[in-house]
Design a protein around this ligand. Structure first.
Ligand SMILES: [Zn+2]
Length: 303
């Protein structure tokens, strides 16, 4: 099934639900960054969470940055997800592998360790809203749920799952169910929802068994006035980096540093952290940057 996002409501609009299938984009991230099993699960869960969090933003161009900074061997995760369905991300130490945890599962919590979850919401006006919470378990799902409840004061349940085997990612995705303010005081509703989401621990196996998001929503909320929006949104791994941006970044290093690169390395090589693409700038291109710097007026250079 193609990567996609589906929205639904239930309880006469009191419940908002979003589901994502991210199997292909997680596999793309695995291949691009040569991720280990545990790194694939960690980044895959964080990418699904980012897409789910971006989905409730309103303004075109809105994006969410999710940074997981733990003291574990994985060394940090960064994801950038947009309302437009694009996502990119990386982990600091992609080759780290750990033995399975006590439940026999990939030990994402152990690889992440303890630390903080930073979320930055940018609606495109230039004043991003940022918030930080302590990691609960490092398993990502618990941590994001804790963030949503404590920072955004919305009772939320989130399930994230990535199944990766020897041949790659066979199932990945997530579900976010939120009780909106108008229904948040309905304790029975919140409790029902929590127990049902808890029963969805087997979310990835359901996806792997070929269940669609529509079927999973039906199982979860079918008797609570479920309305599934007919349009689904396509999701994909996408990075907006370009050679021009790389040149711009090199230029900031200044004349002396650029001259040094020409003499010592006969050019420069830069790798985009987000997508792993490698850019090469020749000595001639670096020399052009130096000319640019020399000919720019001092006033412009200050800006
Ligand atoms: Zn890139």
């Amino acid at each position: 099934m193609a990567d996609q996002l589906i929205r639904a409501t239930a309880a006469e609009g009191g419940i908002r639900a979003v589901g994502v299938i991210t199997t292909r984009l997680t596999e793309e991230a695995r291949l691009r960054h040569k991720l280990s099993y545990v790194a694939t699960a960690a980044l895959g869960r964080t990418m699904a969470a980012g897409l789910l969090m971006a989905s409730n933003m309103k303004r075109t161009g809105s994006r969410v940055n999710v940074r997981v900074k733990g003291d574990g061997s994985l060394g940090g995760i960064l994801v950038d997800a947009g309302l437009d369905g694009t996502v990119r991300g990386y982990v600091a130490n992609p080759s780290v592998e750990l033995p399975p945890n006590s439940k026999g599962k990939l030990d994402v919590g152990g690889a992440v360790g303890s630390g903080y979850l930073y979320v930055v919401r940018d609606i495109g006006y230039g004043y991003p809203y940022s918030s930080t919470v302590e990691l609960v378990s490092g398993e990502i799902g618990d941590d994001v749920a804790h963030y949503l409840v404590s920072s955004e004061q919305t009772p939320s349940a989130i399930v994230l799952g990535v199944f990766v085997g020897a041949g790659g990612v066979t199932a990945a995705g997530g579900l976010l169910v939120q009780v909106l303010p108008k229904a948040a005081r309905d304790e029975a509703l919140v409790a029902t929802l929590e127990s049902r989401v808890a029963a969805l621990a087997g979310f990835t196996p359901l996806l792997q068994a070929g269940k669609t998001l529509t079927e999973i929503f039906n199982d979860l909320l079918g008797d609570m006035g479920l309305v599934i929006f007919p349009e689904s949104q396509m999701l994909r791994f996408h990075c907006g980096c370009s050679f021009d941006r790389v040149l711009g970044a090199l230029k900031i290093l200044g004349e002396a540093e650029l001259q040094d690169m020409i003499i010592k390395d006969d050019g420069a090589e830069a790798t985009c952290d987000f997508c792993g693409r490698v850019y090469q700038a020749s000595s001639d291109q670096l020399a052009e940057l130096i000319v640019d710097l020399q000919t720019e007026s001092p006033i412009k250079r200050k800006v």
